[in-house]
Ligand binder design. Structure first.
Ligand code: DAH
Length: 336
């Protein structure tokens, strides 16, 4: 095709498009000229046969033809789907599908890591399938303690179990490192509990451990947990310790937070006591140091552990633990 022939073909095509008076005719012309096997793409493909010196001018003319045909087709509404979209009301507000939000349990874990991060703690990890030694024996659990029962723990053979607590990560961390150690260990834990509003066979805990060669005291533990309570639950929330027993700490305490709803005055949430039980804690028992090869005369430390679900339920006022696992968007989206 010569340049003059091309100009003629172009004029002809524009005339045809101008004369098209329904959507089907416009679509037929679109296919004829710019469709995959249309005449303009065919010309572009054949460009290699045009003598070299004429190619730039020819190429320009073809591109101009294409642009004019496309503009003429667009003016006739080509490419739109039926009449409807031509009539679409572009002033209508768009539909909002919503953004995903972080799950409450992820939030509590991330916030806890950030709060303890400011105090120099790093995050340690351990497997969910544990040995009897790491989950019980090294934590100074007596050989026939009821928590080892088949009715309480998921066992896989004699020595393998789904960890019932995140405390075994203490053992792994101490065995792999020298003091000073400052870690928190968030993770999944498992117990043979029947599911109800406050129990689940699979839940989450966060363990904390500080061990140093300089003396560590119960007062250090209390100040760190008081800081955590305030950062996690808000101003006016602090901690109190009540004597308790855990095999792996001596002395052991249960930790209460001031009720964040009434700030200690007494309300329905705290059953009028002003306090809410949140964690277990204590000074690491010398026997535990013995099991990991530390000299209990030279090191001391504290440990604590709490349930992630429990903190989330208190913080966000969630009455039923099962809501945390059902992935109901109506529930989850409330934290947006
Ligand atoms: N592992 C304990 C539990 O599951 C919680 C706990 C209590 C962890 C005292 C600790 C601690 O590190 O010192 O009930």
């Amino acid at each position: 095709m010569t340049l003059a022939e091309l100009e003629n073909a172009k004029a002809e095509s524009l005339k045809e498009i101008a004369a098209a008076n329904d959507a089907a005719a416009v679509e037929a012309l679109r296919v004829k000229y710019v469709g995959r096997n249309g005449s303009i793409p065919a010309l572009i493909k054949a460009m290699k046969d045009v003598p070299k010196e004429e190619r730039p001018a020819f190429g320009k003319a073809v591109q101009a033809w294409r642009a004019e045909v496309e503009a003429a087709l667009a003016a006739k509404g080509a490419g739109s789907v039926g009449e409807k979209s031509v009539d679409a009301d572009l002033t209508l507000p768009g539909r909002w599908w919503g953004l995903g939000v972080k799950h409450p349990l992820s939030r509590v874990i991330e916030e806890t890591a950030a709060i303890f991060g400011r105090l120099g703690f790093t995050v340690a990890d351990g497997p969910e399938l544990e040995t009897k030694f790491n989950n019980f024996t090294a934590l100074n659990t007596p050989a026939h303690h009821p928590s080892m029962d088949r009715s309480d723990t998921f066992w896989f053979g004699e020595d393998c179990l789904l960890r019932t607590q995140t405390s075994p990560v203490q053992i792994r961390t101490m065995m792999a490192n020298k003091p000073p150690i400052r870690v928190i260990c968030p993770g999944r834990t498992y117990r043979r509990d029947t599911t109800d509003a406050t129990h689940s066979a699979n839940f989450h805990q966060i363990e904390g451990l500080y061990v140093d060669t300089k003396p560590v005291s119960l007062a250090d533990l209390k100040s760190v947990l008081a800081y955590f309570a305030k950062e996690m639950m808000g101003d006016g929330v602090t901690v109190r310790f009540r004597p308790h027993f855990f095999p792996f700490t001596e002395p052991s305490v249960e930790v209460d937070f001031t009720c964040h709803v009434c700030k200690g005055k007494g309300c329905n949430v705290c059953k009028q006591s002003g306090w809410i039980e949140v964690a277990g804690a204590g000074m690491v028992d010398p026997r535990v140091f013995g099991h990991v090869g530390y000299d209990a005369e030279k090191v001391s430390g504290y440990a604590f552990g709490f349930g992630v679900e429990r903190i989330a339920m208190i913080k966000y006022g969630i009455p039923d633990i099962r809501w945390l696992y059902e992935n109901d968007v109506r529930f989850l989206s409330q934290l947006a």
